[in-house]
Design a binder for this molecule. Structure first.
Ligand SMILES: [Zn+2]
Length: 285
C-alpha cells in the first residue's frame, strides 16, 4: 500500500501556533521506552495495541467501530467479506506516547504508515474525538482511496470527529462543543464582520483556501486554517449533503466544488454566515 500523501497531526487546544509537521516525524517505530504491559485487542474491523486500562481500550474500540459503521453508510461501501483490520495504538497517557514516539512535536494524535496513534486522557470530556479524526483519515485513505486536497481531507476528518455520538450512532453534521477545532469558535471573538476577521487572521477565506497549494506552510495560522477547513466542510455538508458527499467521493476538484456550490463570487460571504451560525450554536451551550 502506498504511503498516504500526508500524515495528519491533531492539535491540542493549548498549542496554537506550531510548526507544520510534515516530514518532521522521523522513525515512527516505537522506541524502547518503558510502558505498562501492552496487550492487543481485536474488534470486527480494528486491531488495537494498547497500554491503557481494559475498559478504556474497549471504549476506544467501540468508538472506532461506530465511526466505521458511519463511514460505510456515508460512502455507501459494500460490507467487506474479509474485513481488513485497521491498526490502532492507544497509549495510557500523553507522556507515555511522547516517550515512545520521539519527534511528535505538537501533534496530539496522528495517522501514519497505516497506524492511528493516540493516547488516553480520562480527564478529557471527549477523549476519543482525536481517535475519530485520525481514524477518518485512515478510512478515507485505506478503504475509500480518496485523493482529497488537504483542506478537504482535514475538513472531512473534523466533520466526523466533532460530531455527536448518541445511542451508538454518529450524527454527522452535529457539533460537540468540546472538540477541536470547535472550541476555537468559542475562544476566538468573531466580530460578525468577515473582512475584519479575515484581516486579523481569525479565519481564512474559502477563496484563499481553494487557491492555496497543499504544501504551503500554515504554521502561523494553524488553528485558523483548521477552523476554516472544518467550517467549509460543515457548510457544504449542511448546504447539500448529497452534493458534498458526491464531490468528496467522485470529483474532489475546485471546478467540481464551484459547480455544486457556486457561484464563487459569493462563496466567502455564504460560508462566513454559516460560521456565525455555527458559533451561535455552540456558544453558551
Ligand atoms: Zn487530520
Amino acid at each position: 500500500m502506498p504511503t498516504p500523501p500526508f500524515w495528519h497531526p491533531s492539535l491540542s487546544r493549548t498549542q496554537a501556533f506550531l510548526a507544520c509537521a510534515r516530514g518532521l516525524f522521523v522513525g515512527l517505530g516505537i522506541s524502547s521506552a518503558s510502558w505498562a504491559k501492552p496487550v492487543t485487542i481485536d474488534s470486527t474491523h480494528y486491531h488495537l495495541w494498547t497500554t491503557a486500562p481494559g475498559s478504556r481500550s474497549s471504549e476506544a474500540l467501540h468508538t472506532a467501530e461506530i465511526l466505521h459503521r458511519s463511514w460505510k453508510q456515508w460512502t455507501g461501501a459494500l460490507p467487506d467479506s474479509l474485513p481488513h483490520k485497521h491498526q490502532l495504538r492507544l497509549f495510557a497517557s500523553r507522556a507515555e506516547m511522547r516517550k515512545a514516539l520521539p519527534g511528535l512535536g505538537w501533534a496530539e494524535a496522528l495517522y501514519h504508515q497505516g497506524i492511528c496513534d493516540q493516547y488516553d486522557d480520562p480527564s478529557a470530556e471527549l477523549p476519543w474525538h482525536w481517535l475519530v479524526h485520525e481514524a477518518t483519515h485512515q478510512l478515507a485513505w485505506e478503504d475509500s482511496h480518496l485523493p482529497l486536497p488537504r483542506w478537504a481531507n482535514e475538513g472531512l476528518a473534523c466533520l466526523f470527529s466533532v460530531s455527536r455520538i448518541r445511542k451508538n450512532r454518529l450524527i454527522l453534521g452535529s457539533v460537540e462543543r468540546e472538540t477541536y477545532p470547535t472550541w476555537w469558535l468559542v475562544q476566538k471573538p468573531l466580530s460578525g464582520k468577515m473582512e475584519r476577521d479575515l484581516r486579523v487572521g481569525l479565519l481564512v477565506s474559502p477563496s484563499r483556501i481553494l487557491s492555496e497549494s497543499d504544501d504551503i506552510d500554515i504554521a502561523a495560522s494553524l488553528n485558523s486554517h483548521y477552523l476554516s477547513w472544518w467550517s467549509m466542510a460543515h457548510f457544504f455538508h449542511a448546504t447539500d449533503s448529497n452534493a458534498w458527499r458526491d464531490w468528496v467521493l467522485h470529483d474532489a476538484t475546485k471546478n467540481g466544488l464551484i459547480r455544486r456550490f457556486g457561484p464563487a463570487q459569493t462563496l466567502d460571504q455564504r460560508w462566513y454566515k454559516h460560521v456565525l451560525e455555527l458559533r451561535d450554536s455552540v456558544v453558551g451551550r
